[in-house]
Design a binder for this molecule. Sequence first.
Ligand code: ZN
Length: 314
Amino acid sequence: MTTINSVLGSLDTANLGFTLMHEHLLVASAGISQNYAELLGAGFIDRIVDGLTQAKKGGVDTIVDATTLDLGRDVTIIAEASRRSGVNIIACSGWWLDTPRFLGGVSADQFAQLFIREIREGIAGTGIKAGILKSASDVGGVTPAGETVLRAVARAHLQTNVPIMLHSYSPGQVGRQQLAILKEEGVDLRRVKMDHSNDTTDVEYLTWLLEQGCYLGLDRYPGFNVSSQARTRTMKALIDAGYANRLLPSHDHSLVGVIGEASPIQLADREKRNPHGYLYMKKVVLAQLKEMGVPKAILNSLCVDGPRNFFEGV
Ligand SMILES: [Zn+2]
């Protein structure tokens, strides 16, 4: 038996059920929900609860909320939404790409201590504990600031055994750099998931990642630049190659974002692209895979066995 931290306390991995491994309840910047909540729109907490309640009714049991502090993490809202909807939620520690000037002088070991506290004692004095660690690198590869956080995440993982999710830029194969640094830090790559891996259709690169031992977050649906169908064809190729239980399909969907007048993606556009929210996986992707001939047993285990294996460190 393995227990992990959910926002409502310890959770047995046997009870994870159907799990989406990379989603967001809300995405903003640090401190927005506490200071400028009107930018999130009226009744935004109810909108989050509604979205999660629909997901629960549709068979989603657990969500990993990939929102770090710099993406506007607010664990009191996450915990309230989990309680009201009945969806288990795993909150994350670590850092995304928005490193402010103030943090420029913070070392990897200092960051690691902060992350360890969020896992062992709780976040911002709430007692709500993080259950996953996140680090991010994007188009430009691993930057100096990104490397500091990546090494901090590795060190916090080695102290706590909490697994690691990596925001990555798969078209540029940035995962190769990220894994090299984690290897230097002594991380067993079976405790790592490489996220946004379905922003590429390069099966050779994805197979290389899998051979290193890490899991793949196929966690952008419907996503941009690569079509939803092409993403699913890539997933099918990896299933056919025997990797079904190392794949972590998800959407990277957020229920609430900042309502800016100049926002590049308006809510209406987003809803047109994905009217199913957290249920797109069940309603569209699993149906596509079925049509492509993926056996029922695998369809039933996707989003169940992979997440459980990942958290159990198999
Ligand atoms: Zn995300």
